[in-house]
Write a protein that binds this ligand. Structure first.
Ligand SMILES: Cc1cc2nc3c(=O)[nH]c(=O)nc-3n(C[C@H](O)[C@H](O)[C@H](O)COP(=O)(O)OP(=O)(O)OC[C@H]3O[C@@H](n4cnc5c(N)ncnc54)[C@H](O)[C@@H]3O)c2cc1C
Length: 469
């Protein structure tokens, strides 16, 4: 299956190889993978369990985690691929439907749709023959009643990570729950609409995107909103607004109230606990023991080089592992471009060595220390998502330039070779920072930043923002 793409002229540069790759997942990660694999001369087959492409933004998602009335928390100019703008006239912050339509267009324009097998659930991926740098993979899947299997030269896993809720226990939660049968605990995965909480006192745990969004939606509908999060240094209650900001270390008590030490922090008895605490990684089709991996039910995946490649079995790749990504689609494209170039190398001239990959994993683990949940936050423990993207692209460019053969020529129109991408990324980074500077400091505050409209002249890098009322 592995095919060499030899150029007519003999060359000292390593010849490119074309691999048949199974891509698991048809969300933005899998679609970026399919696109860049094709551009690099590979032959991807994309398996999507659902009936449509787009992942959590699809028309009929397999995981309905995007709640009602959600407006994106990133502007279109930050979210979009450098090669595909949102339609002219689109507002900067869009609905689920608008982002879903954009991703569907991305799939149609860049080959993801053509490579896709919809309604196909990958059930098992295992080594075919021996392991090592050139390991091949038997992929099993079901399409309705039909069970199928085939062998691939590489696998790109892009199944998303919004399936297995991470549900830490708040101190005192059991006593609080046992004291009143009307009390309940819910994860944000099951949250859809604030109306379900009308008139109740709700403790939201977590102050990242979902926690902040949900707290804002609940505000004014629920009887009281508590938000417990790391960013809160000391408890703060606003009785007029019926809100309380709660620091870590607080506990729930059987009387329903929230305490810090022996003191209640203010506000009525909590009736519902809403965990906006994120998700654990899960790959039900991979066997941890067989692959020497650790991930199930955890908030890190090891051993992954650059959050991307199995360090010992580098024909197994992962797109979309990092968390709190500033610009998901361009970010996934960088990952996909690197993966595609890595796999375009023949066994004799690998892009990275096993030693380099394992060393990277060891360094990252040392950097996060006990906070293993920070492993895949590319901004944590001395990391920077923008530098990460630039590094991947620089290495993909260099790798492409070093190889020879028809497959290299096929992707020559890619932005990978141009300087436009670098200047666009600088602009995207500036706009992302501007958006951050407008972000509310307290969870229930007005999200005025979503009423901003950005316009950009990509050629000059000049951009303007207008704050709406
Ligand atoms: C509430 C919420 C709000 C967000 N807001 C924003 C935002 O404003 N802007 C933004 O850019 N991003 C936002 N995100 C991040 C968003 O997750 C990413 O934009 C992007 O959707 C992630 O894409 P993905 O491909 O990694 O995963 P997903 O979109 O989850 O796609 C994974 C796909 O894999 C398929 N799949 C899974 N297992 C299998 C299997 N075994 N076989 C076959 N197919 C399988 C699933 O059906 C799914 O279609 C938000 C996320 C959430 C949860």
């Amino acid at each position: 299956m592995l095919a060499a793409c030899l150029s007519a002229a003999a060359s000292a540069a390593p010849p490119r190889v074309s691999r048949r790759v199974a891509v698991i997942g048809g969300g933005s990660g899998g679609l970026a993978a399919a696109r860049f694999l094709q551009r690099a001369g590979h032959r991807p087959v994309l398996f999507e369990a659902g009936a449509s492409l787009g992942g959590v933004w699809a028309e009929a998602p397999t995981k309905d985690v995007v709640y009602q009335r959600l407006q994106t928390n990133l502007p279109t100019v930050v979210m979009q691929s450098p090669d595909l703008d949102f339609p002219a006239g689109t507002r900067s912050y869009v609905s689920k439907r608008e982002l879903g339509a954009y991703i569907a267009r991305y799939a149609a324009e860049f080959g993801g749709a053509a490579a896709a097998r919809l309604g196909c659930v990958v059930t098992r991926v295992r080594l075919e023959g021996g392991g090592g740098a050139e390991a091949r993979w038997r992929v099993e899947w079901t399409c309705g009643e039909e069970a199928c299997s085939d062998v691939f030269d590489a696998v790109a896993v892009a199944n998303g990570h919004y399936d297995k809720p991470y549900e830490p226990e708040v101190r005192g939660q059991r006593e609080w729950l046992a004291a009143d049968s009307a009390r309940s605990v819910l994860h944000s995965r099951a949250y859809d609409d604030a109306e379900a909480f009308r008139g109740e006192a709700v403790l939201v745990v977590g102050g990242r995107s979902s926690g902040v969004d949900i707290a804002r939606q609940l505000h004014g509908v629920a009887a009281w909103v508590y938000v417990l999060e790391t960013k809160c240094a000391a408890p703060r209650t606003d009785a007029g607004l019926r809100v309380t900001h709660v620091p870590l270390g607080a506990r729930l008590a059987a009387d329903g109230r929230v305490y810090l030490g022996d003191e209640p922090v203010g506000g009525p008895a909590v009736q519902r606990l809403l965990l906006a605490t994120g998700y654990c990684y899960s790959f039900p089709f991979l066997d941890e023991a067989e692959l020497g991996m650790s991930f199930e039910g955890r908030r890190l995946v090891t051993p992954l080089y650059q959050h991307l490649l199995h360090a010992r079995l580098p024909t197994l790749g992962f797109v979309g592992i990092p968390l709190a990504v500033p610009c998901p689609i361009p970010f996934f494209e960088c990952q996909a471009a690197f993966l595609a170039e890595h796999w375009a190398r023949p066994a004799a001239a690998p892009l990275t060595s096993e030693g380099e990959r394992l060393e990277w994993v060891a360094r990252r683990l040392a950097a996060v220390g006990e906070r293993t949940q920070d492993m895949h936050f590319t901004s944590a423990a001395g990391g920077c998502p923008w530098s990460y993207m630039r590094e991947l692209i620089a290495r993909a460019r260099a790798a492409r330039a070093q190889t020879s053969g028809e497959c290299a020529a096929r992707g020559a129109e890619s932005w990978l070779e141009g300087e436009e991408w670098d200047s666009r990324l600088r602009t995207v980074e500036e706009i992302y920072r501007d958006r951050g500077s407008r972000y509310p400091t307290l969870p229930w505050e007005d999200d005025a930043y979503r009423r901003c409209e950005y316009s950009v002249d990509w050629a000059s890098g000049r951009w303007t923002v207008v704050q709406g009322e």
